[in-house]
Write a protein that binds this ligand. Structure first.
Ligand code: ZN
Length: 265
């Protein structure tokens, strides 16, 4: 079997101009120009940018190629208004993880951190996002930290967000993202049992498809811990200050691999 290239899954939040200096979490804004340049770099290097569903066969080692996963956390309206046209112009797809019960409202969970209020996509916007060829995943119902909830409440956040989105959008929802990158083993189990095909974290690094292929094999021997890796996929954060050189290093080298976990996203 040929060795498989590590796969970066990029994490974005807002595609917009950053608020003034000193604003908390300012790093999570990537300007339209930077995003456009980053997509152009990927295209020029021969990478295909894919949604999580379209990326899964590569992650499982069933397909090979120069691919990058593209994800957006939280479901900001600027993803639809600014990122979707840029993605379409280069023929890339992506996954936006929406907070299902907060569709059409704002990022209220960020308020106490001092992050400025920003519009989230409404159900109609989420439909437009899908109609534009992009994917919606679940980022729970209300963006609570799962580890702070009892198991019944955590299960509702994980499972009901899936069925609610499926009902309102009329498409299967198969991808999940843990709010704040925060979860316990019990939540991984809940995500699997709710019927998701994969889940992303804020652990930094690229996905090593070989390891996941072996994990697939291990499934037959009953090795539960390695089976779970599809539900703990690491990602590569792209932030306001990411230069084009850093971007290249993050994609094509071990720069991100084994970096320490980013706590708050
Ligand atoms: Zn989030």
């Amino acid at each position: 079997m040929p060795s498989l290239l590590p796969i970066p899954i990029l994490t974005y939040h807002q595609i917009d101009e950053a608020p003034q200096k000193g604003t908390p979490m300012r790093s999570l804004y990537v300007s339209a120009n930077s995003f456009k340049r980053q997509m152009a770099i990927l295209k020029r290097l021969g990478y295909l940018g894919l949604s999580m569903s379209q990326l899964m066969p590569y992650i499982r080692g069933e397909k090979t190629g120069r691919v990058v996963g593209i994800t957006f956390d939280d479901g900001f309206l600027n993803n639809l208004q600014t990122a979707a046209p840029i993605l379409n112009s280069v023929g890339f797809t992506s996954t936006c993880y929406a907070v299902s019960a907060l569709a059409g409202t704002t990022n209220t969970w960020d308020k106490e951190l001092g992050v400025p209020s920003a519009e989230l996509m409404s159900v109609q916007h989420l439909r437009e996002w899908i109609a534009a060829g992009q994917e919606i995943g679940s980022h729970t119902l209300t963006h609570r930290d799962l580890t702070q909830l009892d198991s019944a409440a955590a299960l509702v956040e994980i499972a009901k967000s899936k069925t609610d989105l499926e009902q309102s959008l009329g498409v299967p929802i198969s991808q999940f993202c843990y709010p704040y990158g925060s979860y316990d083993p019990v939540h991984i189990q809940m995500v699997r049992e709710a019927g998701y095909a994969g889940a992303t974290t804020t652990v930094r690094g690229r996905v090593q498809p070989n390891q996941l292929t072996q994990a697939g094999d291990a499934a037959h021997t009953g090795n539960e811990s390695s089976l779970l890796s599809l539900f703990e996929l690491p990602r590569v954060p792209v932030v306001r200050s990411t230069s084009w050189l850093q971007f290249l290093l993050k994609i094509g080298t071990a720069y991100e691999d084994n970096r320490s976990k980013v706590a708050k996203f």
